[in-house]
Write a protein that binds this ligand. Sequence first.
Ligand SMILES: Nc1ncnc2c1ncn2[C@@H]1O[C@H](COP(=O)(O)OP(=O)(O)OP(=O)(O)O)[C@@H](O)[C@H]1O
Ligand SMILES: [Mg+2]
Length: 247
Amino acid sequence: MTMTEIATTNPADAASAPLYRLTDVTRTYRQKDRVVKALAGVDLEIAAGDFVTIQGPTGGGKSTLLQLLGALDRPTSGSVLLGDVDLAGATSAQLGHVRAREIGFVFQGFNLIPTLSAAENVDMALEPLGIPKADRAAQVAAALEHVGLADRADHRPGELSGGQQQRVAIARAIVKRPRVLLADEPTGNLDESMRDEILAVLESLCAEGLTLIVVTHDSAVARRARRRLRIDRGQVRDITAGRDITR
Ligand SMILES: Nc1ncnc2c1ncn2[C@@H]1O[C@H](COP(=O)(O)OP(=O)(O)OP(=O)(O)O)[C@@H](O)[C@H]1O
Ligand SMILES: [Mg+2]
C-alpha cells in the first residue's frame, strides 16, 4: 500500500480490513489433455498479524495456495486481494514489486548460497531494493540479531547447524520488513529441538505483528497456530472455524 492509499483509507476500516481476501479462487493446471484443479473456488480472509498453518495430503494444493498468496502466481479465476491490490489482475512487474517489498519467503532446505556468509546471504534480499550499502549493513545486523545469530554473521552455511541455517533463511526473509512471512515446511528437515528453536523465532516475529502463513506436515507446528487450514484435492477447510471455505 502506498502512502496516498493509507491517507485515503478510513482508519477504522483499515483496522478491521483483512490483510488477504480471496474470493472464489481457482487454479487449474493444464497439461496436454489433462486438467488438474489445484484450487477449486476458495473464499479465504487472513487477518494481519495472524499465525495460520496449512496442512493436507501431498498434491492437495498447499504450495499452489502459497504461491498465490506470495504473488508468485496468478489464479485461473477469482480475486486475490493483498491490502487493496488485486494480485489476480497485476502485471508480472507489479507482482515482482509486491514480492520484493511485502513478502518474505522461507523454503524447505534453506536455499542459502554456500559460498556467502550469513550476513551476505541476508543482504541479498536488500540488494534489489536500492538501499545504500551502509543502511543495509545495519538492517542485516538487526535481522540476524532478531533470530539470535548476531555472533554467527561471518559464518558460511556449512559452518552452521541446520536450525541456525534455517534462522539465517528467516533473517533473509524478514530483513526488508515485509508484511507477510510465507514458509513452506520451514521445520521439515530439522530435529525436534531445532524445530522448537524455529517455532520460537516465528512466534516472536508474529508477536511483533508479522503475519505468518506456514505450510506444514507437522501437527506439532500446527498446534501452535492461531488458525489452522487444511487442503485436500483443492478443497480448503478452516479447521479452527470448523467449516469448508470452498464453493
Ligand atoms: N506446474 C504444474 N503443472 C501441472 N500440475 C501441477 C503444477 N503444480 C502443481 N500441479 C498439480 O496441482 C496439484 C496441487 O499441487 P501442490 O504442489 O499445490 O500440492 P501440495 O499440497 O503442495 O503437495 P506436497 O505436499 O507434495 O508439496 C497436484 O495434483 C499437482 O500435481
Ligand atoms: Mg507443496
